[in-house]
Design a binder for this molecule. Structure first.
Ligand code: ATP
Ligand code: MG
Length: 314
């Protein structure tokens, strides 16, 4: 891919995280759109980082973002990763869009998203990979509405560089991880439950005034764990909502504080909420079109949906 770089042109900037920028790029030889992420080599030598990232080549599953390659850029000497571009954007972007429109994700859609996340995690687990950074911005959606996990930890660099700093602490981390303890696939279950809950409620479930790691540790170890609640219609224009008992229980189980009691992803797939969902057809392609105001074929509708995901898709 290093040789291919000259054929890649930038289309639009998808965003920026702690590590660097992510761009939507086009391979001018084929017209294919890809996502290109710059990875900062902080402690690992770039060559070793590329070697570690190449393990990703072995991953292939419908709920995992396809990895195309990692290389050291001949022009900038940065480590770059090429991956599948997900037109539906992240759950973070989708959540914001839904909130803007005073909407809410429906329970059947939330359950399909849950199925996608847990099938993806279960697959990663079968490859002995712990994701380690499940959060709304790392759960992407394809143009067909399929959920795809990205940014999982295969490289020591990606996983541990920030582990002991506040910058590297995600609010979605499980208690055992926040406290600096052993991290397991069960920690991914916590983060996934919190991600689903955030999407369902249109807001992050913890109090807004948790500003530092000490407050976060205190909250997560001492206070009651938040629960998914029904909501009344309110003056802000939101409709009332009632979640099923199965969904509430599912979130409760994901947010089991003691990791030794928290189920693994494979066990969560047996939970009635996901089992029922797997027996139900939900038109996820239609859902993601509605979120972004895309028409069935061709150009997106209107100009009010000026997000990068909708305005410049293939
Ligand atoms: P952090 O660095 O704290 O983990 P982040 O996940 O937002 O935050 P990045 O992983 O750098 O940071 O991603 C930047 C943005 O690009 C995010 O909004 C993310 O959802 C989006 N993005 C990343 N990869 C893709 C992709 N393959 N397709 C579409 N959008 C993507
Ligand atoms: Mg990310």
């Amino acid at each position: 891919w290093a040789e291919a770089e000259e054929f890649l042109v930038d289309v639009s900037r998808l965003g920026e995280g702690a590590g660097g920028e992510v761009w939507k790029v086009e391979d001018t030889r084929t017209g294919t759109k890809l996502a290109r992420k710059i990875i900062q080599a902080r402690t690992t030598p770039p060559k070793q980082l590329v070697r570690e990232l190449k393990y990703l080549k072995d991953t292939g599953h419908s709920n995992i973002v396809r990895f195309y390659g990692a290389y050291i850029s001949p022009s900038s000497s940065e480590v770059k990763v090429l991956m599948e571009y997900c037109e539906g954007g992240s759950l973070e972007a989708i959540g914001e869009k839904i909130k803007q429109g005073k909407g809410r994700v429906s329970e059947p859609v939330a359950a399909k998203i849950g199925e996608g996340i847990f099938n993806g995690l279960n697959y990663l687990h079968s490859k002995r990979i712990i994701h380690r950074d499940i959060k709304p911005s790392n759960v992407l959606v394809s143009k067909h509405g399929t959920v795809k996990l990205c940014d999982f930890g295969v490289s020591g660099e990606l996983v541990d560089s920030f582990a002991n700093t506040w910058t590297g602490t995600s609010m979605y981390m499980a208690p055992e991880r926040i406290k600096g303890g052993q991290y397991t696939i069960r920690s991914d279950v916590w983060s996934s439950g919190l991600t689903l809950m955030t999407l369902a409620q249109n807001r992050f479930p913890y109090p807004e005034d948790l500003t530092g790691i000490i407050e976060l540790i205190n909250y997560i170890t001492k206070e009651d764990i938040p629960k998914l609640m029904d909501e009344d219609a309110d003056q802000d224009g939101y409709a009332e909502v009632q979640w099923s008992q199965n969904m509430k229980d599912f979130i409760d189980v994901c947010l089991t504080r003691d990791e030794s009691q928290r189920p693994k992803p494979s066990e969560m797939l047996q939970h009635p909420w996901l089992v029922e969902s797997s027996q139900r057809k939900v038109n996820m392609a239609q859902w993601i079109r509605e979120v972004w105001g895309w028409e069935k074929r061709g150009r997106p509708t209107g100009s009010s949906h000026g997000s990068s995901q909708s305005s410049d898709r293939q």
